[in-house]
Design a protein around this ligand. Structure first.
Ligand SMILES: Cc1cc2nc3c(=O)[nH]c(=O)nc-3n(C[C@H](O)[C@H](O)[C@H](O)COP(=O)(O)OP(=O)(O)OC[C@H]3O[C@@H](n4cnc5c(N)ncnc54)[C@H](O)[C@@H]3O)c2cc1C
Length: 372
C-alpha cells in the first residue's frame, strides 16, 4: 500500500523536478516537504514518536521508489533513517520524544557525523574529543563529508571519550546554533548533487550530559547496529537507481532504430537487458531479505545487511553504465536521465562503508560461522 503511494508520488511529483535538482545542487526542500507530508521520514518509526509504525520491508520499498526517479531526494530519506536509528537503538525516552518525533514528522533534517579526515573506513581512529566538565561535555573536532550538514537542525556526532579504540567512543546530540558548531563549504560532487555535503567543525562546543546518546563508551557498538539497519536502505537506494536507468533504457531500445530494426531486436542488446533485469531483481531480493531479518530482530543480519548494500550498489554501477552504453551518444548527454543516474550510482559503493569494507565484514561473518 505505502509502496504504491510512493510510486505515485515519485512519478507525479518527484520525477518532474529530478533534472533541476541535479542541476541546482541545492537541497530540494519542496521534495522533502512532500516526503514529510506523506510520512516517509518515519515509516519504521513507532507511532508514539509520530511515525507510521510500519516495518523495514515497507521502508526499503519506499526508498527504492523515490531513488528510481531522484537519487538526491532519496539520500534525505536514507540520511534521516541513519540519524533516527541511534535514537531508536539507544536513546532515552525523552530524547526519542524530542528528536525522533521531529525527524519523523517534519522536514527538519538530521545528520550523522562519523567520518573525519583521518578516520574513514577505520572509524575507530577518530580524533574528535568529548571531555567531561561538570555536568557538560566539551566537544572539539573536525568531521568531513557530512550529508545535510548546515541544512540539518539535529546532529549526532561520534566522539572519543577515552583512548580505547572502540570502548572509548561515545555519541552526542548537538543542535544547530550551538556555539562553536560551524560548517565548511558545500562539496562539489560527481553525483547526488541535490544532496548537500559539508565539513563540520566543532570548536569548544558545550553540551549537557543529557545530550549523550547511549552510555559513555557504547558509541562504537551502537554505530555497528545502526549500520546493520541502514545498509539495506542504501541497498534499496541502489536498486532504485538501477531500476530507474533500466526502465529508461528499455523504453529507448524499443523506440530507437538502427540497421532498419529497433535496437531490442539485436541479441547483444537483449543479453544486456536480461543481465540488467536479473541483477536488479537479485538486488531487491537481497535487500528484502535483510529488511525481513531486521523486522524479525534476527541477530545474524550483519552479513546480510552488508551483502544487500554491496551487491545492490555494484549492480547499480554496472546497470547505469550499461544503460548509458545502450543509449549510445544520447546516453552521454544531459537530455536523458541515465548519465545522471550513472553519476548518482557511484556513491552507493562508497558511503555507509565502502564495498571493500562490506566484503571484509561478509568474509569475517562467514569464517566465524564456519569455525563455530
Ligand atoms: C557524498 C558523501 C556523503 C557522505 N555522507 C556521510 C555522512 O553523512 N556521515 C558520515 O559520517 N560520513 C559520510 N560520508 C563519508 C563516507 O562514509 C566515507 O567517505 C567512506 O566511509 C570511506 O571513507 P574515506 O573516504 O575516508 O575512504 P578511505 O577509508 O580512506 O578508503 C579509501 C579506499 O581504500 C579502501 N580501503 C580502506 N581500508 C581498506 C581495507 N582495510 N581493506 C581494503 N580496502 C580498504 C576503501 O574501500 C577505499 O576504496 C559521505 C561521503 C560522501 C562522498
Amino acid at each position: 500500500m505505502i509502496q504504491s503511494v510512493a510510486k505515485k508520488i515519485a512519478k507525479e511529483q518527484i520525477a518532474p523536478r529530478a533534472k533541476e535538482v541535479d542541476e541546482k545542487g541545492e537541497t530540494p526542500w519542496e521534495n522533502l516537504k512532500t516526503l514529510a507530508e506523506n510520512g516517509f521520514f518515519g515509516i519504521h518509526v513507532p507511532e508514539k514518536y509520530g511515525g507510521v509504525g510500519s516495518d523495514m520491508v515497507s521502508h526499503v520499498a519506499v526508498v527504492e521508489e523515490i531513488a528510481a526517479v531522484c537519487a538526491s531526494t532519496s539520500v534525505s530519506l536514507s540520511t534521516q533513517a541513519l540519524t533516527i536509528a541511534p535514537f531508536l537503538i539507544a536513546g532515552t525516552e525523552e530524547q526519542k520524544r524530542k528528536y525522533v518525533t521531529l525527524l519523523a514528522t517534519s522536514q527538519v533534517l538530521g545528520s550523522f557525523g562519523i567520518t573525519e579526515p583521518g578516520a574513514g573506513s577505520d572509524v575507530s581512529s577518530l580524533r574528535t574529543t568529548a571531555v567531561r566538565e561538570g555536568d557538560s561535555y566539551r566537544l572539539n573536532g573536525h568531521k568531513v563529508f557530512i550529508t545535510n550538514a548546515g541544512e540539518s537542525e539535529i546532529y549526532v556526532f561520534v566522539t572519543r571519550t577515552s583512548e580505547n579504540r572502540t570502548r572509548g567512543v561515545t555519541l552526542f546530540i548537538v543542535e544547530k546554533g550551538t556555539p562553536g558548531l560551524t560548517f565548511g563549504k558545500k562539496e562539489e560532487k560527481m553525483g547526488i548533487r541535490g544532496s548537500v555535503t559539508r565539513e563540520v567543525f566543532l570548536e569548544n562546543v558545550m553540551v549537557p550530559k543529557e545530550n549523550m546518546l547511549g552510555d559513555e563508551g557504547d558509541g562504537f557498538k551502537i554505530l555497528m547496529n545502526v549500520f546493520n539497519e541502514t545498509r539495506p536502505v542504501v541497498g534499496a537506494q541502489a536498486t532504485g537507481i538501477a531500476r530507474g536507468a533500466y526502465e529508461h533504457c528499455l523504453d529507448y531500445v524499443i523506440e530507437r532504430k538502427q540497421f532498419n530494426k529497433p535496437l531490442h531486436h539485436f541479441q547483444m542488446v537483449q543479453s544486456m537487458l536480461a543481465d540488467m533485469a536479473m541483477k536488479i531483481e537479485a538486488s531487491r531480493l537481497l535487500v528484502l531479505k535483510a529488511a525481513m531479518m531486521l523486522d524479525q530482530h534476527d541477530s545474524n543480519v550483519v552479513a546480510n545487511s552488508s551483502m544487500a548494500k554491496c551487491f545492490a550498489s555494484d549492480v547499480a554501477m554496472e546497470v547505469t553504465t550499461n544503460a548509458v552504453q545502450l543509449l549510445g551518444g544520447y546516453g552521454y548527454v544531459k537530455d536523458y536521465p541515465v548519465e545522471r543516474m550513472m553519476r548518482d550510482a557511484k556513491i552507493t559503493q562508497i558511503y555507509e562503508g565502502t564495498n571493500q569494507i562490506q566484503r571484509i565484514i561478509i568474509a569475517k561473518e562467514i569464517i566465524a560461522n564456519a569455525l563455530k
